[in-house]
Design a protein around this ligand. Structure first.
Ligand code: BG6
Length: 496
């Protein structure tokens, strides 16, 4: 692993849910891995009036909660905390940025990573105030957390205004799914093995299913979620990024733009979902009271910050199609939901049936489809479903599964996705970050679903702890298919 130059990580939104739950623990892991030299610093920034000690107490509590007992030790914590500071800044007040400037005095030669983990509506103002306070140096990079805007027009505006302060190579639009080991493994699998290449096309693949199911609800983020919903929160970014990696043509090199160009081509080839297609190809749902892992949970409508008559979707299922020679006619079924029966993020690729059933005059009348499943969370690995002969005198076919689990071969490093990406952006590697054109194209793909011509689509209730609304099942039944079950013997509860 490459050694990092001295850096300052300026973390806006330092007291927010994302910082406390994922970013600070990820930085702690970087520190433990020896990638935060003694003169590098984390400068958390937020509006709350806190002393450094109060902030450290807050992040200590959340790190203890989100890091395993093995990872969190007193000695490591003390060493990490010594490099963390807190600056109170109200981003709407240009004067406050002087305090930040003072905290960075004499450190303009260090790599400066400015992470905006705030509402996207504050990105422009924050960047303007950073520039006015002379905080943007040639070695600065700005990281923009998703969702980048709330539709194509607002994303475009952000890209232009942030682009007026930072050069495109200094802008890192982050999607933590791209930092997950198992997502990156999809590239290794596709482009590191000859086995998959001949299969990876319409002649061999019947359909693809991508699922991101969570057991969590809105976790105190009701106010944010009300104006976001699953389409903006999960489809525009995470799900479409998974589609891109799965469907892109092999890039000509691992150069960041070679990879990002190929991903962009996939987004551009997505068949627009508009007119009647919105109704026929998409399903929106919202959870009602129920139980998840045996624990009763309230309805979305009873969550704090949520309107009693809210129509915000907490579940989406849709059928995407990619109009290219490789993928024409292969549906990509996508679904994501909160408060589902199990936590499961997986991509499954179902291959076509054999041309005819050879086993005439035997009890064999059907075969299971060959399915390659990439398990992203909470298990890490792949499984392959195929058919074998059942031992015995008669020809009988049995369905079996071949599995690869990361943990069986490698020491697994805890990684929610941000660890890798933080490292990459400190290093200056943009491969796993999104360019402005890709963000705008993926917004264009969901805009027509967000605002259908005939007015908003109904939102179907589903019981918390279920697999989503029955209308989502009907979406696949219409094509003679079914979603893969969410729970099986491997299923673990959501601990995030
Ligand atoms: C975030 C969403 O981007 O991803 C959250 O804003 C969601 O609503 C989270 O819970 C899921 O990420 P992961 O890594 O836990 O699957």
């Amino acid at each position: 692993m490459q050694k990092l130059d001295t850096f300052d990580m300026v973390l806006f939104g330092g007291t927010g849910d994302l910082a406390l739950r994922k970013l600070v623990p990820a930085l702690y892991r970087r520190h433990v891995a020896g990638q935060m030299g003694p003169s590098s610093r984390v400068l958390a920034v937020a509006r709350t009036n806190l002393s450094r000690e109060e902030y450290l107490a807050q992040i200590e509590t959340t790190c203890r909660k989100h890091l395993s007992g093995e990872e969190f030790t007193e000695a490591r914590w003390r060493a990490f905390a010594a490099q963390v500071d807190y600056v109170r800044v109200d981003v709407t007040d240009p004067q406050d940025f002087r305090k930040l400037r003072a905290a960075l005095e004499g450190r303009d030669d260090a790599t400066r990573v400015i992470f905006l983990s705030t509402a996207p509506s504050l990105f422009t103002l924050t960047c303007d105030n950073l520039a006015a306070a002379d905080i943007v140096t040639p070695k600065s990079r700005v990281v923009l957390e998703k969702p980048l805007g709330h539709d194509r027009a607002s994303a475009d505006l952000i890209n232009r205004s942030v682009g007026a302060i930072f050069a495109e190579q200094q802008i890192y639009r982050i999607d933590h799914y791209l930092g997950k080991e198992t997502v990156q493994n999809l590239m290794a699998l596709r482009f590191g093995n000859t086995l998959f290449e001949p299969l990876w096309r319409r002649g061999r693949i019947r359909h693809v299913q991508i699922t991101i199911a969570e057991q969590l609800g809105v976790e105190g983020r009701g106010q944010f979620y009300e104006h976001t919903g699953a389409l903006r929160d999960m489809v525009q970014n995470h799900l479409l990024q998974l589609v891109c990696i799965l469907a892109m043509e092999p890039p000509t090199s691992s150069d960041p733009d070679a990879v990002r160009d190929e991903k962009l081509k996939v987004l551009r080839a997505l068949r627009p979902i508009m007119g009647n297609a919105v109704q026929n190809k998409t399903v929106r749902g919202q959870y009602r009271a129920g139980a998840v892992s045996g624990q009763p949970v309230p309805s979305y409508l009873d969550e704090a910050g949520v309107a009693a008559d809210s129509t915000t979707e907490t579940f989406v299922a849709l059928k995407a199609e990619i109009d290219t020679w490789r993928w024409a006619g292969v549906p990509f079924y996508l679904r994501t939901g909160k408060r589902m029966t199990a936590r499961r993020t997986e991509i499954s690729v179902q291959l076509k049936a054999v041309p005819f059933l050879l086993f005439r005059d035997t009890p064999v009348d059907k075969l299971v489809p060959n399915v390659l499943t990439l398990r992203i969370d909470p298990e890490h690995g792949t499984t392959f479903d195929f058919n074998v002969k059942v031992p015995g005198p008669v020809m009988q076919i049995g369905a079996v599964k071949s599995s690869f689990k990361y943990g069986d071969f490698f020491a697994e490093r805890p990684n929610v996705g941000y660890e890798t990406l933080l490292y990459d952006c400190m290093l200056g590697d943009e491969t796993l970050f999104q360019r402005a054109d890709s963000i705008e194209t993926s917004w264009a793909a969901v805009d027509s679903v967000l605002h259908p011509e005939g007015g908003p689509l109904p939102v179907h209730g589903y019981t918390a702890g279920s697999a989503g609304p029955k209308e989502a099942d009907a979406l696949l039944q219409a094509d003679g298919r079914a979603w893969r079950p969410l729970a099986d013997e491997h299923t673990q509860d959501d601990k995030n």
